[in-house]
Structure formats: C-alpha cells, structure tokens
Design a protein around this ligand. Sequence first.
Ligand SMILES: [Zn+2]
Length: 231
Amino acid sequence: MSTGVNRSTLRDWREHPEKELSRAACPRCAGSPWLPEPHADYAYLLGLYLGDGCISRAGAGDKDVWKLRIMCADAWPGLIRECERVMRSIRPGNKVSTQQKVGCTEVISCSRHWPCLFPQHGPGKKHMRKIDLQPWQRTIVMANPGHFARGLFHSDGYRGINRVRAHLAQSDQWYEYPRYLFTNESRDILRLCGETLDLLGVAWRFSRRNAISVARREAVARLDEFVGPKY
Ligand SMILES: [Zn+2]
C-alpha cells in the first residue's frame, strides 16, 4: 500500500479519528484544499459572517484557537438552530454553543481554522477594511447565490411592512406592502449583496447610503423563495 503516509500516522488516525477531525483535517489548509458538501451551507454561513459575525482569539489558552461568533436576532425564527447546524456541518469536530444577549443570541464555535475558512478576517471593523471574496469563495457564492443572500439578510437584513400614503382627490389612502432591507456599513459587503441579488434576478436599489431595499412586488416574491419571512 502506498499512500505517502507512514504507518504510525495511519495507526494514529485509525485509533484517534477525533484528533484528525479537530486538528489536521482543515478543509482549507490541508494539502489539497476542499470544502465539505453541501457548499450551500458554506455560502449561508459566509453570508451570516459577513453580515453580523466576527472572528477573534478564543482566549488565554491556545493562541491558535479562534472563536467565530454570529449574532442571531431573535426576530428571525429558526435562525439560531440553522446557524448552529451549518457551523457543525462545516467544522464537525468543534463544539457549538449559544449565549443569550439582549434581543439576540450569539452562536459560537471555536476552531483553529476559522481564519482559513473566512480569510476576510482581519483587525478592526469590517467596514474599515477591504472585503473581497477569494476565487474559491466566489465560485461557491456564484453556485449558491440564494443561500448566500439568505445568510446576508438573516444577519443584517429585515423583512417588514412598509406603509406608503397616496394622495387622492377625496382622501388619502394608505398602502402596505412587504419589503426587504439590508443595512451594512461596508461598501464592499453592500456591493456583494447587490451582485448576488442581480444574479438572482431580484430588483433592488439603495434606499440610503448604507441600505439596500427590495420593494417591488415581484422582487419581494422572488427573494421570499430564498430568504422568506420564516422557514
Ligand atoms: Zn486551516
């Protein structure tokens, strides 16, 4: 048998598979980089991370361990469980925990490899630095635009009812319609959101400098297929 791996390493893997999972088998810094399927889970977690997530050192112990935190607003039902699920799917060897905060729940997982998986990690706030996707991330997002948009809107987005007053001859009339808003301070992340909506065929516009609005009836209906008021 010629695998290029020596016998004692093979024995170690066989007897301690958990070691392999938690340490060596990083999907990105392994000899030939890959990502676990389904890539849709990665696209969704990338959206959540870019929207409202952060990576920081896990603490005093091991300097190489990083903590990924995603802030999940209580307003999206099911989001916390979905976030826990995709974190586990991408780093199956690492524990996932939650911490209740005011109006939101932090979903947390520690791994040495979050910076490999999210190379957008860096010092300071996201809107103060350049956020660009690497070619392998772009490939995944292009193949799973709906999941990426879902992650972005679930973390930094909002789906609500907009009320508009129409001035008629006799009296004013109020109209209500659902719309999506995605608010973010990073121009790069706004650009990624806009490109993804273009890819999905969802009409959008900037309603403010830092907010993307999806308000046309057919555009809202299209985005509902991927994001949805609830799921
Ligand atoms: Zn790694």
